[in-house]
Design a protein around this ligand. Structure first.
Ligand code: NAD
Length: 429
């Protein structure tokens, strides 16, 4: 018998049905907590006295944002400049020294960063180091004061385990499969334009790209010609000749993606050319949830359409998988979009929109659960790379004011302490 099982199941179920979401619920619980403290003041004081024998004011309280120290930034290959330099900006702004480890797979960018970046930065504070999995493993044996890793969940676990050995805090910017729900009530061509642009941008090698579509069978039949039309408009009759379509990063990923083309049935595209590492913008239908294309992050120009019979079924489908980095919902009906927002969890959310939100410095980028932890971009980067040090400065003199803190506690001093506690929030209980 697991003594915790029932309790944990009950709490998870309550969270699952959205009990803790409404603002009124939260306010009521906090009011309850306040009542608990007020109603049981004496008993709590007795209990604290029994346990610890215990009982500040004046001075100034503030948060000082301090640099952590030596930061390690590990980057992937898919946006090899952006995903190294954007975190670097935050780490520098917050006052840290930085070791930057670009991906060994995007060799061109890695070379330029290693050769040129140090010429522009103070080399006593900033270093670019090179290496693949083995070298990065050795790098991670060293103690860093903060690590920001962008990459796959598999390697994220390796990084987090290595960081744990030194109790180093981490931000993990990971990936996963991003669902895209398309409601019956929407214009298929508008949706197809947006989904196709976001899916095939950078040849699908984008962590926040819509990974698969969930829609009704009727909507699938309307989306297919619309997707074909969007693909032709963007990339021409033969997308291989289009200068606007990217290529797959290397042979390994090309082979992996070519394998995924065998899942379900190709409805659009499906062509590939190994020598050019080209894979056509592709749409798959009749895909089973158990097929490889639904088991791994696609990270390529392939879009499976899966049919569901209702919004509830789509939400259940999403919720029985790992929490995604991004989730997209398309509908003319705001209530449908809001349902998706309210009843699911993801790092970010786009209603009738894709990942353009990445360009807004007012929004953080970060995952949840399997898609990562922590966040950055804009001010969030500064906060991520800063230790929030809680500080209280008291005057060195005026010791008489402190006397009420010290034992022995008379009735008068206890009354004074209660009054002080009810009028301010800083207590040493
Ligand atoms: P990856 O996890 O294979 O590699 C990322 C980095 O980790 C690279 O610098 C690599 O050298 C290093 N690395 C690889 N294996 C390692 C090991 N065993 N030990 C230590 N370090 C190791 O990821 P990738 O293939 O470069 O990038 C694709 C992944 O990144 C996708 O999952 C994608 O979704 C994710 N991604 C996430 C974001 C985000 O912002 N959340 C952005 C871009 C990419």
């Amino acid at each position: 018998m697991d003594p915790f099982e029932d309790t944990l199941r009950r709490l998870r179920e309550a969270f699952g049905v959205g009990r803790t979401r409404p603002a009124e619920f939260r306010a009521a619980q906090l009011q309850g907590l306040g009542r608990f403290l007020r109603d049981n003041r004496q008993r709590l004081q007795d209990a604290l006295a029994e346990d610890l024998g215990k009982f500040t004011k004046l001075g100034s309280a503030f948060i000082r944002k301090e640099p952590f120290g030596l930061v390690l930034i590990i980057a992937p290959w898919n946006y090899p400049l952006n995903l190294t330099l954007v975190p670097l900006v935050g780490a520098i702004a917050a006052g840290n020294c930085v070791v930057l480890k670009p991906s060994e797979i995007s060799k061109g960018t890695e070379k330029v960063l290693a050769e040129l970046l140090p010429q522009y930065l103070d080399q006593s504070c900033f270093a670019v180091v090179l290496g693949g999995p083995q070298e990065t493993g050795r790098l991670l044996e060293h103690k860093f004061d903060y690590i920001l890793f962008t990459g796959s969940p598999r390697v994220g676990k390796i990084v987090m385990a290595a960081a744990a050995k030194h109790l180093t805090p981490v931000t993990l910017e990971l990936g996963g499969k991003n669902p895209c729900y398309v409601d019956d009530n929407c214009d298929p061509q508008t949706v197809a334009n947006r989904v196709a642009w976001y899916r095939y941008f950078n040849a699908g090698q984008t962590c926040v790209a819509p990974d698969y579509v969930l829609c009704s069978r009727e909507m699938q039949e309307r989306l297919l010609p619309a997707l074909q039309s969007a693909i032709t408009r963007f990339y021409g009759d033969d997308p291989q000749n289009s200068p606007s379509l990217g290529r797959i990063i290397n042979q390994k990923h090309f082979k992996r993606l070519q394998g995924l083309l065998g899942c379900g049935r190709v409805a659009i595209g499906g062509q590939s050319d190994e020598s050019a590492r080209y894979i056509a913008p592709t749409v798959l239908v009749d895909v089973q949830e158990t097929e490889p294309v639904m088991q791994e992050e696609i990270f390529g120009p392939i879009l499976p359409l899966l049919t569901v019979s209702s919004l509830d079924e789509a939400i259940a489908f999403i919720n029985r998988r790992e929490k995604p980095l991004a989730l997209y919902a398309f509908s003319n009906n705001n209530q449908v979009v809001n349902q998706l927002l309210d009843r699911t969890s993801s790092g970010s959310f786009g209603g009738n929109e894709g990942f353009i939100y990445l360009t807004l410095p007012t929004l953080p980028l970060g995952g949840v659960g399997n898609s990562g932890m922590g966040r950055y971009h804009g001010k969030f980067s500064f906060d991520t790379f800063s230790h929030h040090r809680a500080c209280l400065l008291s005057p060195a003199g005026m010791e008489r004011l402190n006397e009420i803190r010290y034992p022995p506690y008379s009735d008068w001093s206890q009354q004074l302490i209660r009054w002080a506690m009810s009028s301010q929030s800083c207590t040493l209980l």
